[in-house]
Design a protein around this ligand. Sequence first.
Ligand code: ADP
Length: 442
Amino acid sequence: MLMKNKQTAKRQLTVRFMGLFALILLLMNLIFVGISVAFVYDYVSDRSEHIFDTIENSEPSRQSWSDLVNSYVIQDEGEALQVRLSNGETYYSEDAAETFNDVSEGKTIPFLEHFVFVDDDRYYYEEKEIDDAEVSLIIDSEAIADITINLLMVNLLLNIMGLIVGAVLIYWMVGRWSQKLSKMSTELNQLDETQGYLTVPEDLQEIYQVAMAFNTLLEKQREAIKREKQFVSDASHELRTPIAAIRGHMNLIQRRSETHPEVIPQSLAFIDKESKRIELLSEQLLTLGRVENKNNLEMIDFSSLVTQEVEDLQLSSERDFILQIEPEIYFKAAKTDLQQIIQNLLENALKYAPTGEIKVSLQKNDKINLQVADQGIGIADEEKEKIFERLYRIDPSRSSEINGSGIGLSIVKALVTKYGGDIQVEDNKPKGTIFIIHFPKK
Ligand code: ADP
């Protein structure tokens, strides 16, 4: 619904470009008018200066004023000269008296006070003292002003034509440009959840980048959806297997318990084991789903926490632990998250390194560095990335009797990432594995 009120980019851009274009033209016209007026003014004031100079150079005497006045007007009909002598005598060039009379009633405009407007006529007026005479000069600037006005009109006409042609061109060009966006949005609407990509236009860099970024995001999204689906099916498979086993033993008990009561304890033990597996798996799945939750953050004495966790485990496992804990390392986190990380790594060390000592260290330099090193079966290089995937177990541990779901390390990784940290696996010497976690210092 909202879309209806939105202007198309095509219209909006055209209107803006045209506004800008018209503004630039207006400015240029104003400059043109200014320059034209200055030229006209300059031209006639030059002419006037020239006339005054000539009069001055001819050093007129009282007798010759009359000749002088007439000789000048002969040159040009548009010029009129008046000479007023101190004794009250006044000389006019031919027909000048009338012109002077007209001009005396004309209007002037600010800044260009030498210009006088009489009805539709335009004159240039200037007066000057030469010897004891007051010489006034009028130049008819009608012709040159007309030329300028005509030029202005032509210019205006050209501008209007330019505006019309410009509008059509801009509308067309913007249309071609926005067409790519409209095409993109049509394509977007038709995109399938699982296949197809946006066509990437090569000529416009911005649109190219948007289309590329969108396609990359689409690819990632699809991979994520695929992984999610895979995870759900793996998880249901993992749950279904022990459930099927439990049901098998239930059947066995129902069918055979009367004739062969000795199957009961055996089957119950099996049911117990498998139901524990389901319990663990569902708990871990829930934990994994809740990792993002960032509640209950507090400053934790990480050093004491690690020490405490190791000591608790030592009581029940009778294994040798070596602790290298730098005291008083604090870290802001949810306590249960840090416990999960430590417990998972320690449990794995116990499971996959049945013998040998387990070394746990916590140090602080430019980062907080937690390491758990065992001397167990080790992890092959090609598995080092995969063990962090959800439900992934290395084959021997999957088939062997070692309990597990393949979720522990993915929980650890998700928790470490949640706090801006990273986790790596390295080989221990002479054998075994070292898990190394870095947390940013806070
Ligand atoms: P689980 O232990 O429940 O199988 P994890 O996600 O904790 O799941 O571990 C994934 C896999 O990584 C394990 O199945 C095991 O094969 C391997 N692994 C984890 N920790 C160790 C370790 N300390 N030494 C050798 N292999 C390990």
